[in-house]
Design a protein around this ligand. Structure first.
Ligand code: NAP
Length: 300
């Protein structure tokens, strides 16, 4: 079967695209790597900035998006898209199991995944005290001391979430200015069991069986901070391995595309966190899903 469009990814952008594609009466399906997935939003404890859903948790918001897409008839295909081949009037989407799907256009909404620090001890202690998901692993650190690394929205959200479970949270940031939004900063600064460690660059994660602490370099001096958990929240990397050579990427690996989601390749659109953009939030991912479908409809 030849689809009008295949949506790659079932995060906020992909699900929003599915809602718009069904209303545009396109022949489409959503290809998803994770069965019944909703993308990275599922790992966010609280979402206070998506209009109409104040105070929701990310998992529930993701489920709402999915339910909405399903009510409108979205079809999901389990599979990981690993490559794309352009031919006469469309695209072949290669899947990891060796099969392929055919479509006239692609909406690539594969999102991002957490970046690593790449310091000594990080890999070794991953899963033994080093975590990239506060929501998933926070409960293991009840009444313990943890460190969160980073200065963006994720790091501050993680620090606040962990402050409810851990006895103490060190928030370690390599500069003295935070990237995170002001509301999060105010909350974190006011939190009694969050201690800021600023201008501090992580050097090594220490441990024996499990993590025992983190070594940082601050004002030219190395020092150790004791902690049983280290939560790394230092940004994201786009899932663009599968599209290298197919579309133009920027130096950070994001797909170069504007608000219309058009990429350098004909009939290939990029939506959500995976494309070049300034603001990566649920609302901008959802907007991309809509814009991508409008661009697809115009193209078709
Ligand atoms: P981010 O905004 O890119 O922030 C990454 C942080 O990690 C920065 O503070 C950066 O320091 C630091 N960092 C990067 N590499 C490092 C290294 N090697 N060692 C030490 N520190 C390092 O990433 P994010 O917080 O994951 O957010 C990603 C996107 O999702 C953003 O657009 C964000 O707004 C969005 N987001 C939104 C929400 C929300 O609205 N509720 C929640 C989560 C995420 P520098 O500041 O010095 O560069």
């Amino acid at each position: 079967m030849m689809y009008d469009t295949l949506i790659i990814g079932s995060g906020m952008a992909g699900l929003s695209a599915a809602i718009y594609a069904s209303r545009a009466r396109l022949r489409f399906a959503v290809v998803e790597k994770e069965y019944m997935g909703t993308g990275q939003i599922a790992y966010t404890e609280r979402v206070d900035n998506y209009p109409g859903y104040y105070g929701t948790d990310g998992f529930s918001l993701g489920e709402k998006f999915r339910e909405h897409a399903e009510i409108l008839g979205a079809v999901f295909i389990d599979g990981e898209a690993v490559g794309f081949q352009r031919y006469d009037n469309g695209w072949k989407v290669m899947l990891a199991d060796g099969s392929f799907l055919e479509t006239r256009t692609v909406i690539y909404a594969a999102g991002t995944y957490p970046k690593t620090l790449d310091i000594a001890g990080e890999k070794e202690f991953s899963g033994r005290g080093v975590s990239y998901c506060a929501l998933c692993d926070g409960a293991f650190f009840a009444d313990k001391t943890v460190a969160v690394i980073g200065g963006g929205d994720t790091a501050l959200e993680d620090a606040l979430y962990l402050s409810n479970q851990a006895e103490k949270v060190y928030l370690i940031h390599r500069r003295s200015q935070f990237r995170a939004n002001k509301t999060l900063q105010e909350k974190a600064f006011a939190c009694k069991n969050i201690e800021l460690v600023l201008d501090a660059v992580p050097v090594e994660i220490m441990g024996t069986e499990n993590v025992t602490g983190i070594k940082i370099k601050q004002n030219g001096t190395e020092k150790a901070i004791n902690a049983e958990g280290v939560f790394v929240a230092v940004g994201t990397i786009p899932h663009t391995e599968a599209v290298k050579g197919t579309v133009s990427l920027d130096s950070g690996g994001y797909i170069i595309a504007g608000e219309d989601c058009k990429t350098s390749a004909k009939g290939f659109f990029a939506a959500g966190d995976v494309r070049t953009k300034k603001v990566r939030q649920v609302i901008t991912a959802a907007a991309d899903g809509a814009n991508a479908v409008i661009s697809v409809s115009e193209y078709l």
